[in-house]
Design a protein around this ligand. Structure first.
Ligand SMILES: [Zn+2]
Length: 330
């Protein structure tokens, strides 16, 4: 299932304005990357120009289309429709030359579409001069042109630009959907769960976390370490078995475990020195529950385990010893 299909509120709103033919001159779709904003915008452009008969069951906007198969729809889908214009950053920003080029195209009549749609992806990447140049076009509404800006949030745009756009918010995606998507990508279910849980409802973010193996592994490990404190010995042996499976990954795992324990220790004295800053809330709450002397003993357990591994002690036994010591003392 596409992420965009979870955007019932946004899609419902767009279907409504299409049905009433009451589309604002400029729209801004806001929300994190990976929520389906771009896909919705492309289908919106298709629906505005569709020449076919949509199947209300499968079309993104129901009876409002698009059909997805007519000549116009296919041209837009492939990025080849002369009246659907895509703008996105070149290098670090959307430059004023790009907006000037756009305005010169807009000065001419649409060549074949019913409605010209200008899709500005990453609108927050516009420079101030680009935004001001675009503002001129936004201030002069045209019956034949509709702007769709995509942005993370309104605050990325100049207030003068925002005030001329109707905002349509895209919601965070359900964690269950992110897990399912990552698993479909072939991500290990444990990692999928960890990445999905901290991805703020964004599939793009979840995929980035999952593709960054070190970070994903860290997140999984942190979850495991917290679970150890709550669930005790049985969990410890399960974790040890898992960690011992891949001896090559063991050193990396121990590094992450050490940084996590160290963070719990230093956060109350020197929060600016915490390494896993993106997990600050968890670091603080776990730190409050952990006595410094217990954390020091756990850090010693990690050091002992590292020693064992360099001395070729049985990996499984070393990991069991480590995990049991990590599970005690809360
Ligand atoms: Zn069509």
């Amino acid at each position: 299932m596409d992420p965009v299909r979870h955007q019932k509120r946004a899609l419902g709103f767009l279907s409504g304005i299409l049905a009433k033919n009451n589309v604002a001159h400029a729209l801004v779709f806001t929300g994190d990357a990976g929520l389906g904003k771009r896909q919705a915008a492309v289908h919106f452009a298709m629906a505005r120009n569709c020449e076919g008969t949509p199947d209300p069951e499968s079309a993104m906007f129901g009876s409002q289309g698009p059909c997805g198969v007519c000549g116009s729809c296919r041209k837009i889908l492939s990025g080849n429709h002369p009246d659907v214009l895509f703008v996105e950053k070149r290098g670090a920003s959307i430059k004023i030359e790009q907006i000037r080029d756009l305005l010169s195209v807009l000065a001419m009549r649409p060549s074949e579409g019913k409605t010209r749609v200008v899709l500005i992806s990453g609108a927050g990447d516009m420079t101030a001069s680009s935004s001001n140049a675009l503002l001129k076009a936004l201030e002069e509404p045209s019956d034949t042109t509709c702007f769709v800006l995509l942005a993370g949030q309104k605050s990325e745009l100049l207030p003068t630009v925002v005030s001329r756009c109707q905002e349509i918010r895209f919601s965070p995606l359900p964690v269950s959907f992110l897990i399912e998507s990552l698993e479909n990508d072939g991500v290990d279910p444990d990692l999928a769960h960890a990445c999905a849980s901290i991805a703020s409802g964004s599939l793009a973010k979840a995929r980035a976390l999952a593709s960054d193996q070190g970070l994903a592994r860290r997140n999984w490990l942190v979850n495991q370490l917290c679970a150890l404190e709550d669930q005790g010995m049985g969990q410890a042996l399960l974790l040890a078995e898992f960690l011992a499976k891949d001896k090559n990954a063991a050193q990396e795992d121990l590094n992450w475990i050490r940084t996590w324990l160290r963070d719990l220790l230093v956060s109350r004295y020197a929060p600016q020195r915490v390494i896993n800053r993106d997990l600050m809330g968890l670091v603080n709450s776990r730190s409050a529950k952990s006595a410094p002397e217990v954390l020091l003993e756990k850090l010693q357990a990690v050091a002992d385990c590292e020693n064992d591994l360099t001395r070729n002690v049985n990996t499984r036994l070393s990991m069991e010893n480590l995990c049991m010591r990590l599970s005690s003392g809360g």
